[in-house]
Structures are given as C-alpha cells and as structure tokens.
Design a protein around this ligand. Structure first.
Ligand code: SAM
Length: 290
C-alpha cells in the first residue's frame, strides 16, 4: 500500500499539501495509529465478500485499510474540501466509491440496494461524535440490512450502549441499541491516536445485529415511547414518568395495574427495568381492551 495514511508523517504531508483546515463542526479527528486501524478491521470481520459503508472517510486513512480487506467500500463524506484529497489518497483502489453527501440525508437502503443488491452490509467508521446517536438509530430504525456496525465513538457513549440496569450510564440508548444488536467494546482508544486530539476518551464498539429481537414486543414503537417517557424524568418513579408523558395515553389506574402486572411496586424507578420488562409493560398496554 503506497502512501499509507495510518503513518502520522504521511497524514501531515497530505494535510499540508492541500492546506486542509480541520473543521470542528464536522467532528474531524483523524486516526493516526496503525494498531487501532488494524484492530477495527479485525473486529469488524471484513472480508472480500463484504460491502462496507464508511461514514466520514476524512482523508481516507481507514478507507485504505477497508479497501484492502473488503470487496467494495462506499464512503460518504460531507466536507467538500476532503473530496479532492480522497481522489488522490484512494487513487490506487478501484473498489472504493466516494459519495459527497451528508449521511443523515442519505438513503442508505438505496445505497445498499445499489452497491450490494440489498444484501447485508457492514458499517465501519470513526464517527463524527456530534451525530453518533442519530447515525446509529437511523441505521437500526431505517431497517437497513446490516451485518454489524463497528465504530469509534466517545468512550462514555460506548459505555451507555453496553450497560444494563443498575449503572448510572443506563438509559434509553442502552435499551434501543440492545433491542437491535449485541454490543461489544473492542478497545478503548486514547486521544493521542488522533490528529487533532479530541478532548474526550474514545472507544471502538461493535454492534452485531440480532437476527431476531431478544424480546417480543407486539408494538415496538409503543415500547420505545414508554422507554423515552421513563428516562425523560430520571428521578421520578416509573409511574409518574409514564403519567406525565404526552406520549403515553393511559390513565393512572391503567399505569399502576401495568406496573403491578410485572410484580413490581408502583414506586419503582424506570431505570430499574430491563428490556424484557419494558417489552412486557408495552404488551400489557397493547392488550388493554378499549
Ligand atoms: N475516517 C477518518 C479517520 O478515521 O481518520 C475521519 C474520521 S472524523 C472523526 C469524522 C469524519 O466524518 C470527518 O471526515 C467529517 O468531515 C465527516 N462527517 C462529519 N459529519 C458528517 C456527515 N453528516 N455526513 C458525512 N460525513 C460527515
């Protein structure tokens, strides 16, 4: 691989050549550590049979690694200043398609159809941290056919995705991620692996899509409304959280009966419930006779 960008010297050279100015608003922290790059590719399990979507290729550092390992790489980058740079750094690869677009405004199902015949893709990225949650939830809720998502995120967010009840990090994101996927933290990554250094710690997390959800909620939309209502008012009891939410249309009596049907006290807090209990709660409401 010529001009391999995991090497900090090559990264600096390219940045100087194009007089590239880092844009904070795009969450631009480029990877400059070859060990971390190798670890990400390995954790994602990328093979020549795979079509990989990379979100935010930057100057193409991880894209080069992906192009070596994958069958095809589709890389979506928002910053127009990076497009000519990518043209140069990826010139040696004929299996990479760079798309200049905002990932949040991109129809990823359409990309999957176009580049992988609708078969499951892998998503691999050093994500722009300011939009981590909308990107991950968009992939899951948009029913994009996905094998796994292996991404660099803020350490605290990786922890939130992985924990269960009883942890201070437990919340709506934990439950949403765990409904769709099996999370596994691959590595913690310190700020000195990036240029410029971010002022938060980072972690690589792999989310392996469940073939079937681990719980059976008859109406998953209702379950997620209940979850949001429970965590919106963290210090309130579950009963008050549900009662005060405009998204939950049930009476106080119905809410108390639903909580008691799980064998729980009405004074329980929402953060004590696991995914299975939220699914049972939603199913209780779904089956209330009008
Ligand atoms: N992959 C590169 C690396 O690891 O060195 C860069 C990662 S950097 C953390 C995030 C990248 O996402 C930047 O290149 C940034 O311009 C891009 N980006 C930010 N917002 C985006 C968006 N809405 N859609 C697509 N790309 C975006």
């Amino acid at each position: 691989m010529q001009n391999k960008l995991g090497n900090p010297q090559n990264t600096i050279q390219i940045i100087q050549k194009y007089e590239f100015a880092f844009q904070k608003k795009f969450g631009q922290n480029f990877l400059i550590d070859t060990h971390v790059l190798d670890k990400i590719i390995l954790a994602a399990g990328v093979t020549k049979d795979d079509c990989v979507l990379e979100i935010g290729p930057g100057i193409g550092t991880m894209t080069q690694y992906l192009a070596e390992a994958a069958g095809h790489v589709v890389a979506v980058e928002i910053d127009s200043n990076l497009i000519p740079i990518l043209k140069e750094t990826l010139a040696d690869y004929d299996n990479v398609t760079v798309i200049h677009a905002d990932i949040l405004k991109t129809d990823i199902n359409e990309l999957t159809q176009k580049y992988n015949g609708g078969r499951p893709i892998k998503v691999v990225a050093n994500l722009p941290y300011y939009i981590t949650t909308p990107i991950i939830m968009g992939l899951f809720e948009g029913q994009v056919p996905i094998d796994n998502i292996t991404v660099m995120v803020q350490k605290e967010v990786a922890d939130r995705m992985q924990v269960g009840p009883g942890s201070k990090d437990y919340g709506a994101l934990s439950l949403a991620v765990q409904y769709y996927a099996e999370p596994y933290i691959v590595a913690n990554v310190p700020p000195n692996c990036f240029m410029p250094r971010p002022n938060v710690g980072s972690a690589v997390i792999r989310l392996t899509r469940h073939k079937n959800p681990p719980v059976s909620a008859q109406d998953p939309g209702l379950m997620f409304r209940l979850i949001r209502a429970s965590f919106n008012q963290r210090r309130k009891t579950l009963q008050n959280g549900l009662n005060n939410s405009p998204e939950v249309p049930y009476t106080k009596e119905q809410i108390i009966s639903a909580i008691e049907s799980l064998g729980l006290s009405p004074s329980v807090r929402g953060e004590a419930l696991n995914l299975e209990q939220f699914a049972a709660l939603a199913n209780y409401f779904t089956n209330i006779k009008e």
